[in-house]
Design a protein around this ligand. Sequence first.
Ligand SMILES: Cc1cc2nc3c(=O)[nH]c(=O)nc-3n(C[C@H](O)[C@H](O)[C@H](O)COP(=O)(O)O)c2cc1C
Length: 148
Amino acid sequence: MKALIPFVGSAETIKLAEIVKEELEKKNFSVQLSEVIKHKKKGKSKLSRIKSGVTDWKAFDLVVLGFPVIGISSSHLMNDYLKQCVNIKGKKTAIFISCIGLHGNALKKASSIVSFHGGKVKDSIVISSFLGLNEKKQEQAREFIKNL
Ligand SMILES: Cc1cc2nc3c(=O)[nH]c(=O)nc-3n(C[C@H](O)[C@H](O)[C@H](O)COP(=O)(O)O)c2cc1C
């Protein structure tokens, strides 16, 4: 089985993405980490142009999205990335987000874009990056994947 982890990088999100990858590999997934990076040049569309980040989900059985909370919402880059993805329909999806405490509508926003395109968000987790990603928080992330 194949899993994709598209993530918007921040120090803690990258660490979490690596933990998620490790746990999925323990469940025998072949995992592709895919950092979503914005193109420096703007396109004609209002959406951010994506420089890197796998946008075709066809080959994957599971997609686990990760991003930091920015401005009490999901990162604009993640939202714009999701709007440009194809073959989301029917895809099993999970979401992890990192924040320092106020996540507002971040999960709701990203979940609603996935659902709108026919994806199925099975579970989500908010991990506080306040004071760093200690053992307890890392274990929370591992349990999240184990129970997926
Ligand atoms: C511009 C900016 C806005 C942010 N807004 C929020 C926010 O509204 N709520 C929150 O809990 N964390 C917020 N954060 C904190 C990030 O979510 C946090 O940086 C992220 O969880 C990753 O941690 P790291 O920067 O240590 O890698 C913000 C960070 C930045 C840089």
